[in-house]
Design a binder for this molecule. Structure first.
Ligand code: NAD
Length: 360
């Protein structure tokens, strides 16, 4: 392992390691271990070249590789691709001691994780996330799943990875919009748990966005450390894990209204500004911390407002979130920097007043 690699131990049963660094793809062999003989490598079609390199290395090390190129992005998170994967695993006679490896963004890690969770009631999965969102969020924490015609992420399982390899070099080819979108979650971690993240961005935003900088690497490391720690204390989202939803109630609704054409992190950015206004309005959050949301997200070129005339659709969209939270609208709000709390059942009027502060 290169000296600059950071190992983050994700607590859990049994827990797993997240390796963060550069040029880490060779780590896959160690992470897989000797017992794994067969590997299903799942990746979006567009990542064929990187997948070939991994497959060649693994083959030269004596592993048998089955490549499964899947559709790009959300189009992969379907029962169709699940069924294609099950057929491949069945025909190749994968056993309990074999493994799935994902290479791609959050859509790929979600699908591959669910394939692994369901084959023989659960085999190992190693994630190699290649988007910033995948690195700091989707690949960490063991949530896996697919979409159905009725909605996103409705079918899934909690299935911890055996390891996560966060190789920052894989971000070289990531389009800028995707990279910036990943910062929505990083800023969220800063506000709910680690204000040093906010300081690091404010000190030098260009350096923070430079994937080659130490500052960028530190932001990724800190974000992963928070996610692993929160999930480690509440794997199945019965309480603490809910704080990771800061900004997400409105964000999910924006994604619905935009027919999932908006990148998740951009919707989260607007959602964070909205949550800050709710905190301010209820007297729980000071003006300076509330204002800091907008200024930091703006400096990263993330959106901080949304059209005024979409309020009713957004409110309707938020009711979907309500269904999954015991029939009550619940918002994560801050009682100060890094002090997340819950706001239960706010009135429509209160939500509308907060919305007016971010409406354009
Ligand atoms: N399981 C979880 O806890 C969790 C958390 C957050 C999000 N998610 C899920 O993650 C998904 C979103 O993830 P995402 O934002 O990474 O999107 P994505 O996986 O759709 O990837 C975005 C795009 O970037 C491309 N891409 C990926 N890596 C690349 C690279 N290195 N170079 C060039 N192109 C690359 C992909 O092919 C795709 O076109 C959603 O399905 C969401 O539900 C899951």
């Amino acid at each position: 392992m290169s000296r600059a690699t950071t190992v983050i131990n994700a607590p859990g049963t049994p827990g797993y390691q997240v390796l963060v660094g550069r040029g880490l793809l060779d780590e896959l062999k160690t992470s897989l271990g000797d017992a794994v003989r067969k590997v299903l490598l799942v990746y979006p079609e567009g990542m064929q070249a990187s997948a070939e390199l991994i497959a060649e290395t693994m083959t030269s090390l004596g592993k048998q590789i089955w490549q499964l190129p899947v559709a790009d992005g959300e189009n992969a998170k379907t029962d169709k691709w699940l069924s294609v994967a099950w057929s491949s695993l069945g025909q190749a006679e994968f056993s309990r001691s074999d493994a799935v490896v994902s290479l791609g963004g959050g859509a790929t890690t979600d699908l591959a994780g669910f394939i692994a969770a369901t084959w023989l009631r659960g085999i190992s999965v190693i994630h190699i996330p290649t988007t910033l969102l995948g690195m700091v969020d989707a690949a960490i924490g063991g949530k896996t799943g697919i979409n159905t015609l009725e909605g996103k992420n409705l079918v899934g399982a909690f299935h911890e990875p055996k390891a996560v390899i966060v190789d920052l070099d894989t971000l070289e080819s990531l389009p800028k919009l995707e990279l910036i979108s990943g910062f929505g979650e990083i800023v969220k971690y800063g506000f709910i748990a680690d204000p040093v993240i906010l300081d690091l961005i404010e000190e030098d935003v260009e350096d923070a966005r430079n994937i080659h900088s130490d500052r960028f690497e530190e932001l990724v490391r800190r974000s992963i450390a928070i996610k692993t720690s929160v999930v480690g204390q509440d794997f199945k989202e019965s309480s603490l894990r809910e704080i990771l939803n800061y900004g997400h109630t409105l964000a999910h609704s924006i994604e619905l209204v935009e027919h999932f054409k908006w990148r998740h992190g951009r919707a989260v950015s607007v959602g964070l500004c909205f949550a800050a206004e709710l905190g301010r309005l209820t007297g729980r959050l000071s003006d300076d911390v509330a204002d800091r949301h907008k200024s930091i997200l703006k400096s990263l070129d993330l959106p901080t407002s949304y059209p005024a005339d979409r309020w009713e659709s957004l409110f309707t969209g938020m009711q979907v979130d309500k269904k999954s939270r015991g029939g009550m609208l619940r918002f994560v709000v801050l009682d100060g920097l890094a002090k997340p709390g819950i706001l239960e059942a706010p009135t429509k009027e209160m939500l509308f007043t907060a919305y007016q502060e971010i409406a354009e």
